[in-house]
Design a binder for this molecule. Structure first.
Ligand SMILES: [Zn+2]
Length: 498
């Protein structure tokens, strides 16, 4: 998580409207202007039905993303100013296309399709490190400079258009739109030099963060293979990152330096996460059926950790859950749990899936029995809060959620869960404020104002029999209303000026 609303507000205020950069005169984009453009794009992504906040996958991606950020800080690539000003958030899309992209303002997009094909955390780190370096090297602001005639809102619209077109709801449609997208994309692509710089710096960042350089090499090979097959339809990443001869030559010289075998040992945790990404990435009913069939037929080998069987059972159990075949899902997850008992990290992920299956089947006590409600992880927090609220233990849910949102004010999902817990307790005013904060977290300031106004109305005219209004809560609501109003005004000015 990055800046909280207060910090974001302070930052927005740091650049009065009068100092807004004009892209037309060839000056480069300031960090605040780039952040605001990024927020405009991120707001649309949050609204996209494909945007997915899957706590298990988010936690996994963060376990790779945070070390990369730290390494970039240590190396001085991520300066203090950029660290403060940009969001540094990875937004995931439930899309089976293989894509990852840097957006203005420190937002990164990651399609589940890419997560589903990388075979190690090191490969994922190489992609994220590359995209991270596009941002820290200010490639986006430099690209905007070269597009000086285009207004920021146009660039924002173009980026959103390319993103929409890069998805593939159905193949034929995607091909038609793909052609148009390619035309627009040519104007938005990073230069070859920028790509090589992102390779070089990304490589330094990922290796300093402790990831195996082999991941960089094998990811390159994977892309090379895909480009030979010519499957660019499902690989928008290749369109934005063409494998030029220079990039390949650079890669080969790095590979020679390392001179190690190209395949890292498979990690069972990664294999489970990739399986989850494949199932959640909108694969279609036929794929779900095929994964269940594959899992039914799997025969685990020997006493050692059997990565393939673990991944196949994980995908099968989750696919069965998505088909609402709970008996099958339970059957497969029990077999998965039997294979993962010896490793605590794997056992936890299997148990979380078992809990998810019981929750899907509507068995709340069974879900609670499987969840470690005291565990510090976000997956336990998210599912655990819902379980507790459903079981009439909203007080316990609130006791965990309140300190969490204080630490992670941009966790929209947690704010929503807090709103539900307050609602269950008939704490209407607090519920409305939590709903408003959930909108702020998703950068929807207009939606947030709507809820804050509703809260102010409630304070002025509490419904009969609702008891006295909490003065502290009322004053927080007034302060937040003013702050969000200011953010909305900034947005309006942005639009008018650009
Ligand atoms: Zn790139």
């Amino acid at each position: 998580m990055g800046l909280g609303p207060q910090a974001a507000l302070a930052q927005a205020r740091a650049t009065p409207a009068a100092q807004l950069p004009s892209l037309g005169d060839g000056s480069s984009m300031t960090t605040s202007a780039e952040r605001r453009l990024g927020e405009r794009i991120a707001r649309e992504i949050y609204r996209d039905p494909d945007y997915i906040d899957d706590p298990v996958l988010v936690e996994y991606v963060q376990s790779i993303w945070q070390p990369l950020l730290n390494a970039a800080r240590q190396r001085g690539e991520l300066t203090e100013e950029l660290d403060q000003r940009f969001a540094w958030e990875v937004l995931m899309g439930a899309d089976r296309t293989i894509n990852a992209f840097a957006l203005p303002g420190g937002y990164l997009g990651l399609h589940l399709g890419l997560l589903g094909v990388v075979t190690s955390p090191d490969e994922l780190a190489s992609v994220l490190g590359h995209e991270l370096s596009h941002v820290t090297q200010r490639h986006i602001s430099r690209m905007m400079e070269s597009q000086s005639k285009a207004m920021p809102w146009m660039i924002g619209a173009m980026i959103l258009g390319v993103l929409a077109a890069s998805k593939s709801p159905d193949a034929a449609n995607a091909m038609v739109v793909g052609g148009q997208a390619a035309a627009v994309q040519n104007q938005l692509n990073f230069s070859r030099d920028m790509e090589r710089e992102a390779d070089r710096i990304g490589y330094g960042v990922m290796t300093q963060a402790g990831f195996d350089p082999i991941g960089f090499v094998s990811m390159f090979e994977k892309l090379q293979q895909a480009s030979r097959i010519g499957d660019n339809g499902s690989l928008p990443y290749l369109r934005t990152h063409p494998l030029t001869t220079e990039r390949i030559a650079d890669m080969q010289s790095r590979q020679a330096l390392d001179a190690r075998p190209v395949h890292a040992p498979p990690s069972a945790l990664h294999a489970m996460m990739a399986a989850r990404a494949r199932v959640l990435g909108n694969p279609g009913i036929d794929m779900l059926r095929a994964w269940v069939a594959e899992a039914k037929a799997v025969h685990p080998t020997g006493p050692a950790v059997d990565v393939r069987s673990i991944a196949v059972l994980y995908a099968g159990a989750l696919s069965a859950l998505h088909q609402r075949d709970f008996a099958m899902a339970r059957n497969l997850v029990v077999r998965l749990q039997a294979l993962t008992t010896t490793d605590p990290a794997l056992a936890r992920i299997s148990r979380l899936l078992a809990a998810e299956i019981e929750w899907g089947a509507g068995d709340v006590p069974a879900t609670a029995a499987l969840l470690d409600l005291q565990a510090p992880g976000r997956p336990e927090l998210v599912l655990g809060s819902q379980v507790r609220t459903r079981m009439g233990q909203a007080t316990d849910a609130i006791a965990r959620l309140q300190p969490w949102v204080a630490l992670h004010p941009r966790d929209g999902t947690a704010w929503q869960l807090l709103a539900a817990a307050y609602t269950a307790q008939d704490q209407t005013l607090r519920a409305i404020r939590a709903e408003a904060e959930a909108q702020v977290a998703r950068l929807d300031y207009a939606g947030a104002m709507d809820r804050f106004r509703a809260a102010q109305d409630y304070v002025r005219k509490p419904p009969p029999g609702s008891g006295p209004v909490d003065d502290i809560e009322a004053s927080i609501i007034d302060t937040r209303t003013r702050q969000i109003q200011a953010l909305l005004k900034e947005q309006a000015l942005d639009k008018a000026n650009n």
